[in-house]
Design a protein around this ligand. Structure first.
Ligand SMILES: NC(=O)C1=CN([C@@H]2O[C@H](COP(=O)(O)OP(=O)(O)OC[C@H]3O[C@@H](n4cnc5c(N)ncnc54)[C@H](O)[C@@H]3O)[C@@H](O)[C@H]2O)[C@@H](O)CC1
Ligand SMILES: Nc1ncnc2c1ncn2[C@@H]1O[C@H](COP(=O)(O)OP(=O)(O)O)[C@@H](O)[C@H]1O
Length: 289
């Protein structure tokens, strides 16, 4: 049923999206798998973007950069190895940085700060027409005026709210699945409404429920990892809905493979095992939970 063209609703599984993963090619180079830019938070709150950026690399993006205020650059530069760092003063500088056509995905929100600067950077990226993932503070800054956000979304965009963030933009939740579908239609973005059973909804009405999650995912920073995985797959060229479904399933699978005692830092380094499982073939997937 999940592969049928008439498929509208069902449980998330690799059958939905494995054919769209961007596997490295023998004659390929890093740019073939995209350049993801992650907006870094201020010097006292760098962990969230570091989790996202490391995950974006483990998720397969060929290059990942953290763009941050110059005052925080040293922290990111010392703490991150394969991740590159880019100084960022204002929204104009951000727009110039991501104008590079090789930048194929932008993540904003994890520990970015609920302030006018974050809001301006989000609008700059959306107005640049870049594929974006908006999480956490990049959503909360539009509380009280979400139409400014919805009106700026034109390119493929994924929103990854937890229930608190969702309510700030769309009002109180009464039915997670139905509300996520309406929110996707209203915003024009793919909605990833997080929780035990994460709902992934597309503006065209497709909706999938993810059921392989472990309760050990309810830990600080776990959502930052999911956002990093979303931008990684988006930057690699997957369509937004499939990228969101794949990221949600792979995130949960990484938690399953690690097992009890999980903290967010453990998730990115389980992704090679998730990739190995996916590479075994399209018929033998081991969907847990
Ligand atoms: N290592 C780090 O630097 C981390 C930074 N983080 C950042 O910390 C900031 C605040 O994130 P929070 O997630 O605490 O968000 P918020 O402080 O924006 O919202 C949390 C509030 O939302 C409500 N809520 C309703 N449903 C909820 C749900 N399912 N999960 C969580 N809260 C729910 C609760 O009232 C809760 O007090 C963000 O910028 C986030 O990115 C967090 O991601 C944790 C890790
Ligand atoms: N009880 C649960 N069972 C399974 N997964 C959960 C549960 N609670 C939260 N999650 C998942 O954990 C992640 C938490 O993300 P989020 O709330 O953004 O946390 P943070 O902001 O600390 O990173 C999401 O992917 C969510 O779906």
């Amino acid at each position: 049923m999940l592969d049928s063209p008439s498929f509208k609703r069902g449980d998330n599984s690799p059958a939905l999206w494995s054919g769209q993963l961007n596997w490295p090619q023998p004659d390929g180079n890093k740019y073939d798998r995209g350049h993801a830019v992650v907006l870094g938070g201020p010097v006292a709150a760098t962990g969230a973007a570091r989790l996202s950026a490391r995950t974006a690399l483990r998720g397969g993006a060929g290059l990942v950069s953290i763009a941050c205020d110059p005052s925080a650059l040293m922290v990111y530069a010392v703490a991150c190895e394969a991740v590159m760092t880019k100084p960022l003063r204002d929204a104009d500088a951000f727009a110039a940085l991501i104008a590079d056509p090789r930048v194929t995905g932008v993540l904003m929100g994890p520990a970015a700060g609920v302030n006018d600067r974050t809001r301006a950077l989000v609008l700059a990226a959306l107005e640049a027409g870049k594929a974006c993932v908006l999480d956490a503070d990049a959503l909360s800054v539009f509380e009280g005026g979400p139409d400014a956000l919805f009106g700026a979304i034109t390119a493929p965009t994924i929103l990854t709210p937890h229930e608190g963030e969702f309510a700030r933009l769309f009002g109180a939740i009464t039915d997670r699945e139905a509300d996520a579908v309406v929110a996707a239609q209203k915003s024009g973005a793919v909605m990833v409404l997080k929780g035990r059973d994460t709902v992934i909804a597309a503006p065209d009405g497709r909706v999938v429920i993810n059921k392989n999650a472990s309760e050990w995912l309810a830990t600080a920073g776990s959502g930052d990892v999911l956002a990093g995985l979303c931008v990684s797959l988006l930057a690699q060229g997957m369509p937004a809905f499939e990228a969101a479904c794949a990221a949600t399933w792979m995130h949960a699978e990484a938690a399953y493979l690690f097992g009890p005692g999980l903290i967010a830092e453990d998730l990115p380094d389980q992704l090679p095992r998730v990739w190995q499982g996916l590479s075994l073939g399209h018929n033998g997937f081991n969907v847990h939970g």
